[in-house]
Design a protein around this ligand. Structure first.
Ligand code: TXA
Ligand code: MG
Length: 351
């Protein structure tokens, strides 16, 4: 299959609107289209068409018990696919939609089990991106979309990343440039008594508490508790992994820099190509290896935005080892470290 990459620069132009209509036609006919959202690129299919959903699993190599998020463009659409909308979920939608928030509801019979990985619940999100919203409308209103990477690889934050993973597997990629946030949406489950965060993201527990009061965090997310399984099926799989062995070093900045310098020297002595993930503040302090800055500690959003891209850059450089600082920054550090720890297979050196 030939994959067409369509650049979308201005939805107000006739030319770009035609491209969206064409992408919508592919979706309505049961095909796949990758598209940008504010979090990461998604791989879209008609969520109400079981055959279309199956194609997503095939293109990504995704286990069939890992459910998809249904993307909508307006609140009325939510009623069609859910059997009940709790009051607190409505308040959350009012505050955070469109935006990087996914909510889990009891599903209506409209949603096929192929889309929900066999579950009676459905995950729903209204993305905050003009191309995504236009595509959802053009494609029939309900677009199932996981991140558009091959299963297990870092999520794509550029159309070029999607092309590397999906070329020849899907008919179209909409290129809307770099995404704004860079890590996937916060997932909150409303199917139980107390709302529960199943995946940390840009919307923090504090932000949620300000709107609805009590919210729990899935105990299965805690790094030091491997015997408890996470509630979101996708969170149990190895994920976000670069090809190289990634090891995080955690502690006071000076000690971290010193230890990473030692580790790089040892690794290079034994013939290993080595990468270092530092920050704008520390990059000049590393003496060897391929050093990349993930952003500034003064601006944690830049760290989230560059995380997956940097892992993919090291993939291309074919390094054997990556040593990284850790980023437990004040606001979204939990979301960043959730991804970093998974990418590192929980290998952390404390200094
Ligand atoms: O930001 C995002 O959410 C991106 C963009 C494309 O919207 N999408 C995304 O989808 O991250 P994906 O498929 O990579 O991750 C979906 C996660 C998985 O961990 C999955 O197990 C969980 O959501 N999930 C989906 N439906 C669920 C359900 N009914 N119950 C529990 N977890 C669910
Ligand atoms: Mg994903």
């Amino acid at each position: 299959m030939k994959t067409v990459i369509e650049k979308i620069t201005d939805l107000l132009t006739e030319e770009d609107r035609k491209k969206i209509q064409e992408a919508g036609r592919i979706l309505k006919e049961g095909g796949l289209v990758a598209f940008p959202t504010e979090t990461v690129y998604g791989l879209g299919a008609d969520a109400l068409n079981p055959e279309a959903s199956k194609k997503i699993y095939a293109a990504k190599g995704r286990p069939s018990d890992n459910p998809l998020i249904v993307h909508i463009s307006n609140m009325e659409a939510l009623e069609g696919i859910t059997s009940e909308i709790p009051e607190k979920a409505k308040q959350m939608a009012e505050q955070f939609w469109p935006g990087p928030l996914t909510m889990i509801f009891s599903k209506s019979s409209q949603v096929p089990l192929e889309t929900t990985g066999g579950l009676e619940t459905v995950a729903v999100r209204m993305p905050n991106h003009p191309i995504a919203l236009a595509l959802i409308d053009a494609g029939g209103g309900y677009i199932a979309a996981p991140s558009a990477n091959t299963s297990g690889k870092p999520s794509p934050t550029l159309a070029e990343h999607v092309a590397l993973d999906m070329d020849g597997r899907i008919p179209m990629i909409l290129d809307g440039g770099a995404v704004g946030i860079g890590i996937e949406s916060t997932i909150v489950d409303f199917s139980g008594e107390v709302p529960m965060i199943l995946r940390p993201g840009y919307i923090t527990p504090e932000m949620i508490r300000q709107v609805i009061g009590e919210v729990r965090v899935d105990p299965g997310l805690a790094a030091d508790n491997p015997s408890v399984h996470p509630k979101a099926p996708g969170m149990k799989y190895k994920h976000y992994a670069p090809k190289a062995d990634l090891i995080l070093v955690n502690g006071a900045q000076e000690k971290v820099v010193k230890r990473i310098n030692e580790l790089v020297r040892e690794a290079e002595k034994s013939g290993k190509r080595t990468g270092v993930i530092g920050t704008d503040e520390t990059c000049g302090l590393y003496q060897a290896g391929v050093v990349k800055s993930i952003g500034s500690r003064k601006d944690e959003d830049t760290i989230a935005r560059h995380l997956y891209g940097i892992l993919r850059e090291f993939d291309e450089l074919n390094v054997d080892m990556i040593y990284s600082e850790s980023f437990s920054t004040p606001r979204i550090g939990q979301a960043i470290m959730n991804r970093m720890l998974k990418a590192a297979g929980h290998q952390v050196i404390e200094v």
